[in-house]
Design a binder for this molecule. Structure first.
Ligand SMILES: CC(C)(COP(=O)(O)OP(=O)(O)OC[C@H]1O[C@@H](n2cnc3c(N)ncnc32)[C@H](O)[C@@H]1OP(=O)(O)O)[C@@H](O)C(=O)NCCC(=O)NCCS
Length: 158
């Protein structure tokens, strides 16, 4: 999947009112409280000109790094934007010294799961827990080994 339009990726440095307005509009049907002006979150955005076309966050919660809220505007999907927003968040987590990063998804959300599997996330199913159909499942990426880190840093837009 390749991008034919110029997309600019940025880390949100200041939670300005302009950004918050765009952000709330972008997630209006699925805004998780963990995402709202969270001082323990790092936010990443993709813009096509002035239009917000993709957004995602890395949230630190109880010492755990979580990937949250990956979304790409439908008409901009399949151009590598989701993957790049994920790569940026994982690189940032590495910079912050994270040893593992967590992500969760409904098992039916195959596109999102595929997007994360590319980086080496593995399903975590506790003993006795049902991780099958209809469930929300946790995935974990181990960043402490060199291979995973290399995979992240070399996963480029294609
Ligand atoms: C999941 C999502 C973020 C993927 O974004 P995207 O920019 O289209 O993804 P990418 O183009 O970067 O693709 C990444 C990987 O996902 C997989 N993928 C993406 N679209 C796919 C499709 N239609 N079918 C199968 N796999 C697909 C592929 O594995 C792809 O990797 P590849 O290009 O190396 O083959 C996007 O589909 C989305 O926003 N879905 C809705 C999510 C949502 O609403 N979340 C709610 C948050 S509150």
């Amino acid at each position: 999947m390749t991008s034919s339009v110029p997309i600019k990726f940025v880390k949100i440095k200041r939670m300005t009112l302009k950004w918050e307005k765009e952000f709330r509009e972008f997630y209006k049907d699925c805004l998780s409280p963990r995402m709202i002006r969270n001082p323990d979150a790092a936010y990443f955005a993709a813009y096509c000109g002035k239009l917000l076309v993709g957004h995602a966050a890395l949230v630190k919660e109880n010492g755990k790094y979580l990937l949250e809220g990956l979304r790409v505007r439908p008409e901009f999907r399949e151009k590598g934007i989701g993957k790049e927003l994920t790569r940026l968040r994982l690189s940032y987590a590495l910079e912050k010294g994270a040893k593992t990063v967590w992500y969760r998804a409904a098992d039916k959300n195959l596109v999102s799961i595929c997007c994360h599997m590319k980086f080496g996330f593995k399903k975590v199913c506790k003993p006795g827990e049902k991780c099958g159909i209809g469930k929300v499942v946790w995935y974990k990426l181990n960043l402490s080994d060199e291979q995973s880190a290399k995979k992240i840093l070399t996963a480029q837009l294609r």
